[in-house]
Design a protein around this ligand. Sequence first.
Ligand code: ROI
Length: 161
Amino acid sequence: MKVKFRCFIGLGSNLDDPIQQVSSALNELALLDKCELINASSLYASAPVGPQDQPDFINAVAEIETELSPEALLDQLQLLEQKHQRIRERHWGPRTLDLDILLYGHQIIETERLSIPHPYMYERSFVLYPLAEINPHLSMPKGLPLSELLTACPMGSLLKI
Ligand code: ROI
């Protein structure tokens, strides 16, 4: 029997009908081979982190269970991004669809292609609040409770839609 890992994926879009981009990406995640969609957060609207001269974002978090290795999962997510004709004009600029592996079980991974836990997730309200909506008792790989991260991270402009 193959070992399965519980993973959390961050979804974000601020181009070409972001609500539709994120909603259809959630459906597509559910159809990925060797992946099971366990749970998905509501969609959230938020002001851009980084350059402000871009549209607001729609974000969500999905919980999946997968047999795929972290690299194979990343490959699948990048294919999905391409399917959405991902446009990414500049670093921290607008994008049609961004899919990030936030957590892969309790693993800590640092390779050329992957940094897990996602390096910015501890301080981003558009990741932490959707994550807490679907898994309020989650803790990070080194044991830090999500609830503690939330107390240090105001919701800011984040709005559940
Ligand atoms: N800002 C918000 N609110 N949501 C995102 O998904 C997001 N993604 C990014 C940058 C450009 C850093 N800002 C973001 O990659």
